[in-house]
Design a protein around this ligand. Sequence first.
Ligand SMILES: [Fe+2]
Ligand SMILES: [Fe+2]
Length: 302
Amino acid sequence: MIYEDVIKPFLSEKRFKHCLNVARAAEKLAKQYGADPEKAKVAGVLHDITKEWTVQQHLKFAEEFGIELTEFEFSSEKLFHAMTGSAYARHILEINDDDILNAIRYHTTGRAGMSLLEKVVFIADFISDDRDYKGVDEIRKWAYRGLDKVMMEGLAYTVKDLSKSNKPIHPNTFGAYNEIALKRVKGEKVVKASELCSKVCEILENKKAIEVNYSCVKDVSVLADYFIYATGTSNTHVKSLAEEVELKLKEKGIYLDRREADKYGTWILLDYADVIVHIFTEDARKLYNLEELWDKVRSEPK
Ligand SMILES: [Fe+2]
Ligand SMILES: [Fe+2]
């Protein structure tokens, strides 16, 4: 089914273009974060399918298909389209994929426990090319630097925007916000250096880094507890290894303190306070020879 053709009769030209833009952004974000790009595109195209219905149309449809509205939802017309849109996709368009249906269902409020696809569509709706609200550039900037980070930005924007005009805020929005905020606090304060070290090594190995190794330097250095070393097969591989570590840790709410790189792209340093990650090309690893240096320091009598 060509969903672009399906939505066209439902929408004004402006809204139709918005949906295509959201689909495009969702597809791109999905590719970046490892969600299914096809599903992201479908959810993006359909997310506002019932947005231009009248209140009566929404309520009639909700009654017909047994959509239960909470008291909060019943009082907020802006939320109707997310619920009826998802139900329309399920019952009329016969889409059975729960992830797509939930991505439509929660694209306005978010919720705790959002899937990757739900987050992708939520953010795509925030940053689509047609959006021009104040602050959109800031959110666009974050969109490709970590999904949880940009979710926080988007949810915080929603909370601020609604509270500014004394509008109620859906509990699901707080649920989504708090979940990420708590994960972040926990990530920063609870993850032990040894656990973080193991996690980073695992991420690097999964991304085919060569000779992943670490030195425990907590007794001999104030710089960190652990230094991790890994080799990439090329400058591009070095870069993608560093990006993977940053991304995977951000998803866990662990944020980078400092990033450094040499001008040739042969060495990248990621500083996570207690754990410092060095990713090199093969030649650069030999040249800097940090492992040997720190092994020597460790073996010196104190
Ligand atoms: Fe919407
Ligand atoms: Fe939208």
